[in-house]
Design a protein around this ligand. Structure first.
Ligand SMILES: NC(=O)c1ccc[n+]([C@@H]2O[C@H](COP(=O)([O-])OP(=O)(O)OC[C@H]3O[C@@H](n4cnc5c(N)ncnc54)[C@H](OP(=O)(O)O)[C@@H]3O)[C@@H](O)[C@H]2O)c1
Length: 157
């Protein structure tokens, strides 16, 4: 399994000024549950944004051209994937989701109700028609948050 996991605002934003523009502990808890004991692959900016790093009980990998101290890193997602076993979660940010979309088969999207405006916004890339929602649910502790699980359909489906 190579998946990507993301939280998206009502207007498609995933980050602002290098950080998450919201804080929903119920979603962070779910993120932790889903990614525990997996390999997580992230871009350099997302690594820099983590308040505490590495994220515990997960194999943290950073994608960077410049290199980074104190964490396993590679210059491409392909190279990272060659050196990891399933399950793997791509955890952002926008640049890395964009590069990874053609390489993954599973997407876990959390929709938060916020509308995020201002400068220095980053957006989740547009999905093509090959992605189908296979499961949709409300967050059990916050009905304003919704989760969707998507799979890529084979081309001739
Ligand atoms: N809502 C969510 O679920 C979520 C999840 C994750 C992150 N975010 C947010 O997203 C924002 C960060 O996203 P971002 O798009 O700015 O950055 P990013 O994808 O986290 O990282 C970008 C960095 O990755 C490296 N990189 C990009 N393309 C590469 C390539 N082809 N080969 C090698 N390395 C490459 C470069 O690092 P070097 O400069 O070191 O070479 C680049 O500066 C933050 O605001 C963060 O809070 C949100």
């Amino acid at each position: 399994m190579i998946g990507a996991i993301v939280a998206v605002s009502a207007n498609g934003v995933i980050g602002k000024n290098g950080d998450l523009p919201w804080h929903y502990s119920e979603d962070l808890k779910r993120f932790k549950q889903l990614t525990l004991d997996s390999t997580i692959i992230m871009g350099r900016n997302t690594w820099d944004s983590l308040p505490r790093k590495p994220l515990p009980k997960r194999r943290n990998i950073v994608i960077t051209r410049r290199g980074v101290e104190g964490v396993e890193h590679y210059t491409s997602i392909e190279e990272a994937l060659e050196n990891t076993d399933s399950p793997v979660w791509i955890i952002g940010g926008a640049q890395i989701y964009t590069l990874a979309l053609p390489m993954i088969d599973t997407l876990d999207i959390t929709y938060v109700p916020d509308i995020v405006e201002g400068e220095n916004l980053v957006y989740f890339p547009k999905l093509d028609d090959s992605w189908k929602v296979i499961e949709s649910s409300q967050n059990p502790t916050n009905p304003l948050i919704r989760h969707e699980s998507l799979k890529r359909q084979p081309e001739n489906n």
